[in-house]
Design a protein around this ligand. Structure first.
Ligand code: GLA
Length: 760
């Protein structure tokens, strides 16, 4: 499909039709009032009728914009980007305060423009790459009551069932007035019915990405974060699933914000069953001074529409992020399999201990050694030293380059932990610049984990931290950074910003974070960064623009991780979900799970280990070696194949998922058992998304990652009849008393491979 075909404009009726082979998005300008009305967002329609029958104008009581007209009530019109208070009493997408103190806006359609490619939003995360396969429609509206301009951007590409939206507010250079933008969400979608369930991911530290699904109600439902980060509590991703939709079928709208700061996702159902979905920067404590000649750009929202269940939605997000969001230096590339010393040593290590870990890591085939918290300042606990990014000579007397070169000599890459946004009061940085800490100097400033947040809205602070990090990165070859962020912002106040700009703090803060990421990317182009925030406290699509993977949770227990990774996969590709094999008893929940299961869960993500490998038995080391070899062999499939959820750990004792790559015909299936049932019922696992007529080799993978005897089976059988788990004991009835017993927390992998069409 040509990009010029992606956006059709009926110039006479001012109807705009964005479409590709999968979706159509349709809206128009209402001639009488110059406002934008949504007609449709759903599966592709070929040619919308333009004879007016798409107009919905019931006669209803309400306030009307035009005298003598009963059909200009915005309350009764499905709009593109509504405002509260001018005949619409629902929640608006934006709000502007005028010098008189009123908030009465009147933006009217002025013009449109179609451009090739994705808009470049500078350091604000945005869709990118493949401009030849995307087109953007920009609608410009002028405010009748001010010199303000509003631009709505809509991007569509040739392959994905989604559109990308954002908006830009601009104050004319000729203006003499500053206007206050008190709300600026990124997008709004008014749907003509309300038969949906709201699905979102909620949690807390060590239990992120829990899926909640509930029917919409008349009224408002919202999730948000006002913590300065996207948060463990709510993820900036929601879905509206038709009430009958499940993983495999049914209509689903997905909405994700490419942003890592405060957000609001809201769904409002009115009394006519219209569902209003809106998403963007949280309006809490947000006020942007729109001074003459300046603009405010909202983050982008990705809005998907699919009819193939939640998996269908996830496939679109996964594919889109891999191709158009994650930095192409890292996307789909082999990921180093790492060992991290955090759960092995916590703060208690020295060079000898680290080299012992690294030596064992090298022997089992690992690629990257990551030195976590505790290497800098004088940090034996979490009580100080953040902001003093100089090596602790008590722990590493020979210095960091010495350690790093020893690790490089082993043939491993080296990674280092930083928490750049934080400051402890015992540091030279704080002594020199107490005003660089966020908080009001005359009021209480709360600590979180004994630490304070640096004022990243102040460019000087970002530069100073960059210089400290750059000094370390120049001192030796560091291949990887784990960028952590372990507390939220409260009592938000910037000593740097003027009083009237305090409402800009949260957004300026996160832009400062993005700026530091940019500086590092420019100066150290080979450096890969993993994002982390006390586990998954900033696991969002905005971060993925800069850091190709994110530590999903500080909970490393395999059984807990089934839920966390299953939940995360709703909106994020496996290659973004960092997951490690850790020790047993597990440090968060005390559970003892088999090493095989820990590996079989963690490999469905970016794989690594986080345990004291020097304390393992020879048998365990041998098993880890086999595990690593197996993951290396399967890694391309795991990171780039289509991931499909088969059975949910939230509802099933036997969760399962698969990765399948249509092109190569290869797949990997994992079936887990949480608790082992006595005298179990039959178990069959139906696969998804295979070619029904294709012959496949299905191979059970044993506990030592050896392939068993393959069976040949057609795709339709695997999808309909499924993989049979029960054993055939018909010729072995005597085995009743000594048959192998199942156990709790078990896992089973199967490999799938398309083969030439053999006679079955
Ligand atoms: C956070 C991270 C952990 C670890 C510690 C170090 O909790 O999520 O992985 O890095 O900080 O303090």
């Amino acid at each position: 499909m040509q990009t010029t075909d992606l956006i059709q404009v009926d110039q006479q009726h001012l109807v705009f039709h964005l479409h590709n082979d999968k979706i159509s998005y349709l809206f128009r300008v209402i001639p009488e009032i110059g406002q934008l009305e949504n007609y449709y967002y759903g599966p592709r329609i070929q040619q919308p009728s333009l004879d007016g029958h798409l107009n919905e104008r019931e006669l209803r009581p309400g306030n009307n914009l035009l005298t003598g007209n009963y059909t200009t009530s915005l309350e009764a019109i499905r709009q593109e980007y509504p405002v509260f208070g001018t005949t619409d009493f629902r929640q608006g997408a934006y709000a502007i305060r005028y010098p008189d103190g009123d908030e009465i806006t009147a933006f009217k359609y002025a013009s449109y423009q179609v451009t090739a490619g994705y808009p470049d939003l500078g350091e604000l995360p945005h869709a990118r790459y493949g401009d030849e396969t995307a087109a953007t429609l920009t609608i410009t509206l002028h405010d009748e009551n001010s010199p303000l301009t509003l631009q709505l951007h809509y991007t569509i590409n040739t392959t994905n069932a989604l559109i990308i939206r954002s908006s830009t507010f601009s104050n004319s250079p000729q203006s003499e007035t500053t206007y206050q933008l008190t709300k600026a969400l990124s997008a709004n979608l008014d749907l003509p019915n309300a038969d949906y369930d709201l699905i979102h991911l909620h949690g807390a530290w060590a239990k992120e990405m829990q899926i909640q699904r509930q029917p919409l109600m008349v009224g408002r439902m919202s999730i948000d974060s006002d913590r300065g980060a996207s948060s463990h509590q709510h993820n900036p991703f929601i879905a509206l699933a038709a009430t009958n939709a499940d993983e495999q079928q049914g209509q689903v709208y997905g909405a994700a914000l490419l942003y890592s700061g405060n957000f609001l996702a809201q769904v409002e159902v009115d009394n006519y069953a219209v569902t209003r979905l809106s998403l963007g920067i949280s309006p809490t404590q947000f006020t942007w001074q729109l001074t003459p000649g300046t603009s405010f750009q909202t983050p982008e929202v990705v809005l998907s529409c699919t009819t193939t269940g939640l998996n269908g939605m996830s496939h679109e997000f996964h594919d889109f992020y891999r191709r158009h969001l994650i930095d192409q230096r890292w996307a789909d590339q082999p990921k180093p399999i790492l060992i991290n010393n955090w759960e092995a040593t916590y703060f208690d290590f020295n060079e000898t201990k680290l080299l012992q870990l690294a030596t064992k890591a090298q022997a089992v085939g690992l690629d990257l050694f990551v030195l976590d918290d505790g290497w800098f300042g004088r940090r034996d606990s979490d009580t100080g030293s953040l902001g003093n990014w100089t090596v602790d000579r008590h722990k590493l007397p020979a210095g960091l380059p010495h350690l790093v070169s020893a690790i490089h000599q082993l043939g491993l890459k080296f990674g280092l932990w930083f928490e750049p946004e934080m400051i402890s009061t015992d540091t030279p940085l704080f002594q020199a610049h107490p005003e660089w800490r966020l908080g009001h100097p005359d009021k209480n400033i709360s600590h979180g984990r004994n630490q304070y947040v640096l004022d990243f809205s102040n460019p000087q602070v970002v530069t100073a931290i960059f210089e400290q990090m750059a000094a370390i990165l120049h001192s030796t070859k560091i291949d990887y950074i784990k960028w952590d962020m372990n507390r939220y912002i409260s009592e938000a106040f910037s000593p740097y910003l003027a009083a009237q700009q305090q409402g800009e703090l949260y957004h300026r803060y996160i832009m400062g974070v993005y700026h530091l990421y940019s500086l590092l990317a420019q100066s150290f182009p080979e450096l890969m960064i993993e994002s982390c925030a006390g586990g998954g406290g900033r696991f969002d699509a905005g971060m993925l623009y800069y850091a190709p993977q994110a530590w999903a949770s500080d909970d490393t227990d395999a059984i807990e991780r089934l839920k966390i990774q299953y939940g995360a996969s709703l909106g994020y590709p496996l290659q973004a979900i960092s997951s490690h094999v850790s020790a047993v008893p597990n440090h968060q929940v005390g559970r003892i799970t088999p090493l095989q299961t820990r590996g079989d869960v963690a490999m469905f993500g970016t794989f690594g280990y986080e345990l004291d490998i020097t304390k393992l038995s020879e048998a365990e080391l041998a098993q880890i070696k086999r595990q690593i070899a197996f993951v290396k062999q399967q890694q391309h499939l795991l990171l780039t194949g289509e991931f499909t959820r088969l059975a949910s750990p939230f509802t099933s004792n036997q969760p399962a998922w698969q990765v399948y790559d249509r092109q190569s015909g290869r797949g990997l299936i994992a079936a887990y058992q949480i608790l082992s049932p006595a005298n179990p019922p039959y178990r069959r696992l139906r696969l998804q998304g295979l070619d029904p007529e294709q012959t496949y080799q299905l191979t059970r993978i044993d506990a030592h990652y050896q392939l068993g005897q393959p069976i040949l089976v057609h795709g339709d059988e695997l999808m309909n009849l499924g993989i049979i788990f029960s054993e055939d004991y018909s010729e072995r009835t005597a085995d009743y008393w000594n048959r192998p017993q199942p156990h709790d927390f078990a896992s089973q992998l199967f490999a799938l491979k398309a083969v030439a069409d053999l006679q079955l």
